[in-house]
Design a protein around this ligand. Sequence first.
Ligand code: SF4
Ligand code: SF4
Length: 312
Amino acid sequence: MYRIRLHGRGGQGMKTAGRILGTAFFLEGFEVQDAPRYGAERRGAPIFAYVRAARRVINERGIIRRPDLVVVADDTLVPIPAAGVLSGISEPAVLLISSGIKPETWQERLKFPGLVLTLPAAAEGEDRLASRFIGAACTGAAARLVGVISRVSLAQAIRDELAPLGETVVGKNLAKALEAYDLMAPHTGCVREAKERPADTYEKPRWIDLPFEDASLSAPIILAPASSEAVKTGLWRTMRPVIDYQRCKRCAWICSTFCPEGNISLNQEGYPQIDYEHCKGCLICLAQCPAHAIRAEPEREAAAGVEKGGGS
Ligand code: SF4
Ligand code: SF4
């Protein structure tokens, strides 16, 4: 059975990528499961989708814990523990990352002994969520790496899944997917099907008996108010709003009112300040600022600037 996990950010098309890949396997005669996993988040939040494909009935359920192939549409997700990109990955699994960084560098950084491959990424300075065909490229590359999906089945799967979006969208996705499919030709079939463990080798669950408690004792009680603040949604950001205080007119009722997350407060001098731990990077504040005092910077560059002692 092939077990494939596809990671990306909401808006990068990885849910659709999983569906296309699943359909392509199906067209090759495989039994398939494909499902996305995400919460009630918005664009930019880490999400993943997974695909299982086998020549016989698949009894396994749930998320894939030991993948044979992990595909990452956005390399900024790799170091984020909450994204779970590296969860359960070990040799001989293959790691495919859309990144401008060389595979050897990733291998060294991650101390991963297995095969690491890269796909061309969004250019530096470009909003990663604006690279619209990364999902298609990831699908095409993954199809080639497993080595059992033909160009014909890949193309058919894209047409089947994207037909409602119109011929133009289908054509552009097809072109990107086939380009990535050809790019990965030297690595055709490098992803191996992992052996399935027979059910009788599974470790039996260890039961722990708990005494019955009334709901007033057994249910969780959240005593602290506003606990959602503990979720650092700033991790979802791909572009960072940066305020130019030379231009700012201190009309902060505008930017602070329009921020849908209430992340803009005033400092003692009456200038707006952004809570980057929770700012999700929607850039509504930038669009609304009448003085054009807010600019957008790619998150990775902005974060590196702050680490070097810069800031906004
Ligand atoms: S809307 Fe623009 S000019 Fe006004 S306070 Fe906010 S950042 Fe400054
Ligand atoms: S980008 Fe601006 S409007 Fe959007 S969450 Fe961040 S501070 Fe608020």
